[in-house]
Design a protein. Structure first.
Length: 194
């Protein structure tokens, strides 16, 4: 009988854990949905996508829709990545920032020495700084959207694990009552009985 109580307690613990995981899953899903919906990001309609954009997996499937799910956020990060790669010949924010600082220093030195190309170098430095700002914003947005996708994935995993825990708890309860010892069903013979 002691084993049955242990199984019942274990099943109850599993149900509580499953409930908490289910709550966490719903919280993550709702939070991702609400935060993305608040941003009011809408995918470009299919007829306005370029050939390169149409090659981004999932972009056509979501064309024209408002982004509200983690999987949509993941798709949109690839769309942003494509456009960022066109900003400065595929260079990242960090690479472009280093290049812009070097060009600004070169322009400053040229201005101080009254070099004939000072104005041209200053224009190049400002153009690079604009690319730095574009890349910074784009990579920041990509990072935030990837966090949304990551949390939606965690929520999905928590949901799946909660279902397995619920099913395991039910199976454990069934096993506890089906296999429990039945006292009094067949009493062992007493010593000295003839």
């Amino acid at each position: 009988m002691k084993r049955v109580w242990v199984e019942i307690i274990l099943a109850v613990c599993m149900v509580v854990a499953a409930g908490l995981l289910l709550w966490g899953s719903m919280f993550a899903s709702n939070m991702v949905h609400d935060q993305l919906a608040d941003q009011k990001i809408t995918f470009t309609p299919a007829d306005k996508l370029t050939a390169e954009e149409k090659a981004v997996p999932g972009l056509i499937d979501n064309a024209g829709q408002q982004m509200t799910t983690g999987s949509q956020a993941k798709v949109y990060t690839e769309y942003i990545k494509l456009h960022l790669s066109e900003t400065n010949e595929g260079k990242t924010y960090s690479e472009t920032s280093n290049e812009a600082r070097a060009k600004a220093a070169e322009a400053k030195k040229a201005k101080e020495t009254n070099a004939p190309n000072a104005a041209e170098l200053d224009t190049q430095a400002k153009a690079l700084d604009g690319k730095v700002q574009t890349l910074f914003r784009g990579e920041t947005l990509r990072g935030l959207l990837l966090y949304a996708w990551g949390w939606s994935l965690v929520g999905q995993i928590a949901f799946i694990v909660s279902i397995f825990l619920f099913l395991a708890a039910i199976a454990l309860l069934i096993a506890a009552f089906v296999t429990r010892p039945h006292h009094g069903d067949s009493a062992p013979p007493t010593a000295g009985a003839a």
